[in-house]
Design a protein around this ligand. Structure first.
Ligand SMILES: Nc1ncnc2c1ncn2[C@@H]1O[C@H](COP(=O)(O)OP(=O)(O)OP(=O)(O)O)[C@@H](O)[C@H]1O
Ligand SMILES: [Mg+2]
Length: 388
């Protein structure tokens, strides 16, 4: 199929897309190179390969939790079958595929303005049992273009688009960690995505509003760093800050530091390069700001829980490295700037939250206690660092 890659209303490039394979086989013409996704603009030498990698990367990844079940329920064989189903539209950016001779415009099809049928996909993605989807409309949603390993689904409530995310396999702690992270960020004044707890058919999920609008896109650090040399040390971080500052992002360093302070407090192990980034204006291409802090669920020693013992595995991510949190936190220039008294009572608050949903999670009192001990321990460690 001959089609045009669009960025909202801007024609980006004309290409041949093989919809049975989910790949671009040929580029006929580049119309507007400035408006291609940043990762393509930065790696133009082998443009068809980067274009394909980028497009595939917008789809549901092969490591999505319970992917086999989801594919069965959606009645498809691979996630790539979904890539162009809804013109490839997403709620995290404004790119889409316009069939060459089709008279259609962004305003008529984008998912920010136009509602989509989310119930069936939500059920297929999140519920324990669900029917096979037979209605093609249920496959024309922004759920075709969500990244990440957790089961998830976009829904609409009172006009707002929300992302629901479940836990990984049988683990249910992720949604609570997301809510804890929001509470910490709110108290410390860090720009963040607000997560709350929701339930769907007795399953606990986290729920957050879309932080992108029709004029913006999320560009992850992975894209920004894609043409930069890797150093495997503090230079990766410093270079990234430099790039952001050179693009006029205000207080880039402080905002990045805030994210790593949060990671220290909740022991977030998963700050990989697609879990943070910047927001760009897709009309002017101006870099607006650091993206609000999102995806904080893989925290509080989630993978090392033991009912008998308190395990403390204290390693997080700093760009291409896994390092002890105590080491990562040393990147913060002035740790004393954080008013930790704002976190007074937060351990009790978290304890209450976990107990409130105990009837659904079946977390033991002992587990809840251990989670609170870990949180308390991290707050105290940060206080100690402040007093040095
Ligand atoms: N509120 C939001 N608004 C817009 N886009 C979002 C929002 N939340 C997440 N996204 C997009 O969806 C992707 C997946 O979300 P998220 O990182 O929360 O999922 P995950 O399954 O926890 O990921 P991971 O594999 O890193 O654990 C993000 O990388 C981002 O591109
Ligand atoms: Mg993620």
């Amino acid at each position: 199929m001959k089609c045009i890659l669009m960025n909202k209303n801007t024609e980006v490039l004309v290409s041949e897309y093989l919809d049975n394979l989910g790949v671009f086989s040929k580029i006929y013409e580049i119309k507007n190179i400035d408006y291609v996704p940043l990762i393509i603009n930065k790696n133009k030498e082998d443009i068809i390969k980067v274009l394909n990698d980028w497009f595939k990367g917008r789809g549901i990844p092969l490591w999505r939790d319970k992917l086999d079940l989801l594919l069965h329920r959606l009645n498809i064989s691979t996630p790539s079958e979904l890539l162009d189903k809804a013109f490839g539209l997403s709620l995290s950016d404004q790119y889409w595929l316009k069939p060459y001779n089709l008279d259609i415009c962004y305003d008529d099809i984008n998912f920010f303005d136009n509602d989509f049928e989310y119930t069936e996909f939500m059920e297929a993605s999140l519920s324990k049992n669900s029917k096979t989807i037979t209605n093609d409309k249920a496959l024309r949603t922004p759920n075709n273009t969500t990244d990440g390993m957790l089961k998830k689904a976009w829904i609409i409530e009172n006009g707002t688009r929300y992302l629901l995310k479940g836990g990984y396999k049988n683990e249910l702690l992720q949604p609570f960690n997301e809510v804890l992270a929001s509470e910490i960020c709110a108290r410390l004044g860090f720009n963040h995505v607000e997560y709350s707890i929701d339930t769907y058919k007795d399953i606990v999920v986290s729920k957050c509003p879309c932080f992108i609008n029709k004029d913006t896109e999320l560009i992850t650090c992975h894209q920004i760093r894609s043409d930069m040399k890797r150093h495997n040390d503090i230079n990766d971080y410093e270079e990234y800050i430099n790039v952001l500052e050179n693009h006029g992002i205000k207080d880039a360093r402080i905002k990045l530091e805030n994210m790593f302070i949060l990671d220290f407090l909740i022991m977030n192990e998963d700050r990989h390069l697609n879990n943070f980034g910047i927001i760009r204006d897709i009309n002017t291409l101006k870099w607006i700001d650091v993206a609000p802090i999102f995806d904080n669920g893989q925290s509080l020693n989630i993978e090392y829980y033991d009912e008998e013992e308190l395990h403390v595995s204290g390693e997080g991510r700093l760009f291409y490295e896994v390092k002890p949190f105590e080491e990562i936190i040393t990147i913060v220039k002035n740790i004393k700037r954080i008013d930790l008294s704002k976190l007074d009572g937060i351990v009790e608050w978290f304890d209450l939250l976990l107990h409130k949903y105990q009837y659904l999670t079946n977390f033991s009192d002992s587990r809840i206690n251990k989670l609170c001990i870990l949180l308390n321990r991290q707050i105290n460690r940060l206080k100690k660092l402040q007093s040095n």
